[in-house]
Ligand binder design. Sequence first.
Ligand code: SAH
Length: 207
Amino acid sequence: MVDWDRERSRLVTHLRERVADESVLDAMERVPRHLFVPERKRRNAYADRPLPIGEGQTISAPHMVAIMADLLDLSSGDAVLEVGTGCGYHAAVTAELVGAENVYSVEYHESLAATARETLAATGHGDVSVRAGDGKQGWPEHAPYDRVYLTCAAPDFPPSLVEQTRTDGYLLAPIGDGTQTLVRARKRADGTLDREDHGSVRFVPLQ
Ligand code: SAH
């Protein structure tokens, strides 16, 4: 029998070298990543690397989820839009930080959205809202969002997502076609973006 809690604690100890925010590390400690990955990949669930989740997609490496949560500076009550639900793991970590009822996530593949919903319900994050569709259009019904992030790479921040972010809110995404840069942008009152680069990354492309 694998001691998943111990494996997860070991992972969080390793993440401490890259992320200092205790609330993010606590969130990572609370979400059972092994329940989000397909059964055949489960034994690697607490290795710090991406894993395949079906439909040619991957769950991001844990350090990337932690770094993104840290950059988004999430607080309880923040309304958050995620583009790219995948298996739902990243959404669960976000839910730990802001409250599940404040997380809205859009997934392109219907099958992944359905599985993510089931897993999120099983891990106690069932109040996260998951919709199948094109995330480039956002989810206008629940806008404005305090934070918007993409877990797939886009050529630039899609205009609808900028529109649905509140003034002074943050957007975070891997930006670029070949080489990608993790970019955090703050939305100014005039609608323009104040951008900051946070290094090279590798994500699956936006559909
Ligand atoms: N956060 C996810 C990572 C998934 S990988 C997790 O924790 O598992 C990126 C996801 O973005 C994939 O599931 C892919 O299907 C989805 N995606 C790609 N293009 C999209 C689009 N236009 N709208 C919504 N989701 C999209």
